[in-house]
Design a protein around this ligand. Structure first.
Ligand code: URA
Length: 290
């Protein structure tokens, strides 16, 4: 409690409040370590050694110095360190024969750094037998709290958009994201985080076998189509989607349509006109007339 009779302490408390508010505004709204780390005091990290030479690996003496405090967990995994993690994700994903087995495999997977800062794994919501599968970017704060995708403001708009073409989340639509954990501060998932989740996402599509895929927003469309163009160029165009395993098995491609993300439409309502056109195209495909 600030000492109101002591103007200096009151000023210090006020300055702290401003500093915290500034951090929250900048997106640093999660505690990501067990203890605070004062980086001004930390000795420089020793240059990393090749793994085979580390004393613990060779069963040599314990290190003379106590280990430095653990680094905060939120730093995105570097892409070059993800090869083995992606391989283990692929193995785990391939071993899942049903959506429920895949949900369990994702929940048990510890290879994505985002999991360390998230409250819940956000796997999917909606109708597993629905004709449509929608894939967004990443869970936000409310999704992280509830463990379900698209339950916040953009989810409410998504439900209205779907209802406008006679589709309900309960009966006809199945919804997921390209990553299963909330990125701290709602930043865009990094390439490495997306890469380690991708084998699960591809298996998700293979097991779900939707009639139509809808990629919500640029990150989802660009990731799944391996394209560089932004959503403004990709939206409204139909693509043939196949995972590498579907290609290997000679499976039919799934028609896929990129659509503006509902969060973008909340910020830029003028683009709802294009989104409406795309929704009508989805309806027409479902009705066999598109
Ligand atoms: N935005 C997304 O892309 N996914 C969600 O689950 C929620 C908001």
């Amino acid at each position: 409690m600030p000492d109101r009779k002591n103007p200096q302490s009151a000023r210090a408390a006020e300055a702290l409040r401003h500093a915290l508010a500034w951090q929250v505004e900048a997106g640093a709204d999660e505690a990501i370590g067990e203890r605070p780390v004062d980086r001004r005091d930390r000795a420089p990290e020793p240059a990393s050694e090749p793994i085979r030479d580390r004393p613990a690996q060779r069963g040599a003496d314990p290190p003379a110095r106590p280990a430095p405090p653990p680094a905060p967990a939120a730093a995105p995994v570097r892409l070059e360190s993800t090869g083995e993690t992606v391989a283990s994700a692929r193995e785990s994903a391939r071993s899942a024969g049903t959506l429920e087995e895949l949900r369990a495999a994702v929940a048990a997977f510890d290879g994505c750094a985002l999991k360390k800062t998230a409250m819940n794994t956000v796997f999917a919501d909606g109708a597993p037998g629905g004709r449509l599968m929608l894939i967004g970017e990443a869970p936000g704060a409310e999704e992280d709290r509830q463990g379900k995708p698209f339950v916040g403001a953009s989810g409410q708009l998504l439900d209205k958009m779907l209802a406008a073409i006679g589709i309900s989340r309960e009966n006809d639509a199945y919804i997921t994201n390209i990553v299963f954990w909330r990125p701290p501060g709602n930043r865009e998932p990094s390439a490495a985080e997306t890469a380690v989740c991708r084998p699960f996402l591809e298996r998700h599509i293979e097991l779900k076998k939707p009639e139509i895929l809808v990629f919500l927003g640029g990150p989802s469309a660009k990731t799944l189509l391996d394209r560089k163009e932004g959503i403004t160029r990709l939206r409204g165009r139909w693509f043939d989607f196949r995972t590498p395993d579907m290609i290997g098995a000679g499976a039919e491609p799934i028609p896929a349509l990129p659509l503006f993300h509902p969060a973008y439409l909340l910020r830029s309502p003028l683009n709802k006109r294009e989104a409406w056109r795309d929704l009508l195209a989805i309806r027409a495909r479902l009705d066999g007339s598109g």
